[in-house]
Design a protein around this ligand. Structure first.
Ligand SMILES: C[C@H](O)[C@H](O)[C@H]1CNC2=NC(N)=NC(=O)C2=N1
Length: 115
């Protein structure tokens, strides 16, 4: 199986399986820059990225938005002066799905310098 960033999301549906406790460590190890947080019982995957100014933060936020539209899976994006916080979770299942880890890995790819 290719790395998470190269995988495709499954279609979001109610009743889709949440990431289980045994799957979580493996998936989390593939996106080490991200933290799992429990938000009133809803597990989410979040990362804060720092930028030198608001404009660069805004540009990255827009890139994440375009990625979300491309894969029809959408995060919360907080754009602030100097940083962007991206949080992935699957609303339909009120928790973490493998899609969220795939999208976190794709988000990391946006930060890699172009070859
Ligand atoms: C029909 C559409 O694809 C679905 O409603 C998608 C849209 N984007 C989504 N994004 C996230 N994060 N969770 C969802 O459950 C979700 N559902």
């Amino acid at each position: 199986m290719s790395g998470l960033a190269q995988q495709q999301c499954e279609s979001c549906r109610v009743g889709a399986p949440k990431v289980t406790g045994s799957e979580l460590p493996q998936l989390k190890s593939e996106v080490p820059e991200w933290q799992v947080k429990d938000d009133d019982g809803v597990l989410k995957l979040t990362r804060q990225v720092n930028f030198p100014n608001f404009l660069e933060a805004l540009e990255f936020g827009n890139e994440v938005g375009a990625l979300a539209e491309e894969y029809a899976h959408h995060p919360a994006i907080l754009i602030e002066w100097g940083s962007v916080t991206v949080t992935w979770w699957t609303h339909k299942i009120k928790g973490l799905h493998k899609n969220d880890f795939i999208m976190a890995a794709k988000t990391d790819e946006l930060l890699k310098p172009l070859p």
